[in-house]
Design a protein around this ligand. Structure first.
Ligand SMILES: *Cc1c(COP(=O)(O)O)cnc(C)c1O
Length: 378
């Protein structure tokens, strides 16, 4: 068939799976604006000492780039286990890692989902989850959260007992709302799922949780069907590194090994991640500053007549606006990029440096003084 025959619509091109035809790839706009508060990155760059250490480690790894990397990334697993053991005892055999926790979760769906199997989550939640389900031919079932974005555990358990999912995906704190799971949630859901499935608690923002909020890592010893994922993209200021990981029963890590691509973690990634982990204390010191800035931002939004969801993460969901797109655009016109996501009327802002937050607050004050920012009354 010639190109013009194709263009005239005799047949769809390319011959992609029909359910993928015409679908826009996931992605927040990557725009070059002065204040970028849209993808929950850490606004603080790694220190000069950390950069130097990463550079030295990568340069050493480069000497043997003719060889494939350590397929089992033993040194990195050990370092990640040590790091997680601040929250609960974790051994290297319990740890798995891949290129971002998105890849980790896709691998979990490849191993534990699939045709005839179901994955359950609770909306509003992370927009990538239904994509992992689609890409692994797993059925997607979304329950709902309450008005205040909390999870009603009775309803959640009932849904799990009805659907019998192979995988439950639960972010804590939830994206985009910032809501952490209540302490009893992990036990209730692990028991409801039972032997037939796994419960994945996505703690991408776990390090930002407020004092007194437990990590699901503490429940690993009592639930062998629990998987807790983390990432170096947010608290560790390593979004560009692409390193995500989980801790679980060693049998779950072994199962994922079956579906991973050969040598999926490059020598360069392993070396850079190991070097960054050596700087954990200094990287995490910034987390406390960001938590304080987040709490201040929630207060500022509420003082200015807006609703702001309680947040255990490094972002705040706020609103509600009659026309949220107009508010988003108004901020962008003033050099501040945030995220148009979440339920109708809400917007999400990532927590940046104090000067970036001052720019956000100035721009929002300006937009709200204009005609485009009607606030929906509670
Ligand atoms: C940012 C984020 C991740 C992390 O993704 P990486 O692939 O590790 O960069 C995971 N889950 C949620 C809910 C996120 O918002």
């Amino acid at each position: 068939m010639t190109a013009s025959e194709l263009a005239s619509g005799l047949s769809a091109w390319p011959p992609i799976r029909p359910e993928l035809a015409g679908i826009e790839p996931y992605g927040a706009p990557q725009l070059d604006v002065p204040v970028q508060l849209n993808v929950n990155e850490n606004p603080y760059r790694p220190s000069a000492a950390c950069v130097a250490d990463i550079a030295a480690a990568v340069s050493e790894a480069a000497v043997t780039l003719n060889r494939y990397p350590d397929r089992e990334f033993t040194a990195l697993r050990t370092a990640l286990a040590d790091y997680l053991s601040r929250d609960a005892p974790v051994t290297p055999e319990m740890v798995w890692a891949a290129n971002g926790s998105n890849e980790v979760m896709l691998q979990l769906l490849q191993a534990f989902g699939g045709p005839g199997r179901t994955v359950v989550s609770f909306a509003p939640t992370y927009s990538m989850y239904p994509e992992y389900a689609r890409d692994t031919l797993t059925e997607w079932v979304a329950g709902t959260r309450e008005e205040d974005f909390s999870l009603d555990l009775g309803k959640a358990r009932a849904l799990v007992e009805e659907v019998r999912p192979s995988v439950v995906l639960l972010p804590s704190p939830n994206n985009p709302t910032g809501t952490a799971l209540p302490p009893e949630a992990v036990g209730v859901l692990c028991e409801a799922v039972g032997q037939d499935g796994i419960v994945v608690v996505d703690e991408a923002y776990g390090e930002f949780r407020r004092a007194g909020v437990p990590s699901a890592l503490e429940s690993l010893a009592s639930h062998r069907n629990l998987v807790v994922t983390r990432t170096m993209s947010k608290a560790f200021a390593g979004a560009g590194l692409r390193l995500g990981y989980f801790a679980a029963d060693p049998a779950i890590a072994d199962a994922v090994r079956v579906v991973r691509l050969p040598y999926h973690l490059s020598s360069v990634t392993q070396a850079a991640a190991l070097a960054a982990l050596r700087h954990a204390p200094e990287l995490l010191a910034k987390v406390d500053e960001l938590r304080a800035e987040r709490d201040r931002t929630v207060g500022w939004l509420r003082d200015n007549g807006l609703e702001a969801a309680d947040s255990d993460a490094n972002y705040v969901l706020f609103g509600r606006f009659a026309d949220r797109h107009a508010v988003w655009q108004g901020l962008l016109d003033r050099g501040v990029l945030i995220r148009e996501t979440g339920p109708e009327g809400w917007l999400r802002v990532s927590v940046g440096t104090p000067s970036e937050m001052a720019a956000f607050e100035g721009a929002l004050t300006d937009v709200m003084a204009g005609p485009m920012a009607e606030v929906v009354e509670r």
